[in-house]
Design a protein. Sequence first.
Length: 234
Amino acid sequence: MTAAQFDIPRDWTFKNSAVAAAFDRHVREQLPWYDLATGAVAHVARHYIPERGRVYDLGASTGNIGNAIAATLDARRAQLVSVEASPEMAAQYAGPQAGRLVVGDIREIEFEPFDLAVAFLTLMFVPVVDRRALLDRLRRALRPGGAIVVFDKTEASRGYAATVVWRLALAGKLAAGVAADDIVAKELSLGGVQRPVDPALFGNEALEFFRFGEFAGWLIEAPYAISEAEPLRI
């Protein structure tokens, strides 16, 4: 075992006390750019959080995104609602105390009108069949001028370039000190559990603002007004 100090389950799950307890260290081993990406998301988020606004952190894990935007939330007296499906992960939650933690499935909760939603490494664990409906519901609850930020793993590109990009991720993990056996075990454990996203899901207006290999971040802005007679397009 590596410094993460837990056995990688055969079928990856966050509903595992050992995984949850070691998550913060493990994710930084497996994704060496994790903190850089977190900072990029926090920078984008700061531009869309208004005075007394409402922010959703979807798939909050231990509170990484909430902590990254805590100063902005405090300065603007904004409300943070963190949603985490795994009770084991929720037990490790250490986000801003002023926020509210909801233990539940983001496909099932009722979204109140909000100004910003962040899905950080979350959609790839949502079943493909449910992703469009989830984004539709988010768009309907998004206030004019607000935004949805998605950061996730994308489907592989074609040809030799796909091999090059995949090896970039492997090289980054090895450079971070992850044992080769653990890299292979983690990749195999994700089979059927993690499904990369197709960026076409977000529509042509989504702005890609970050990329490292197969992982990218998108900014989806709300129109300033939506006609009830006009169908939503994503």
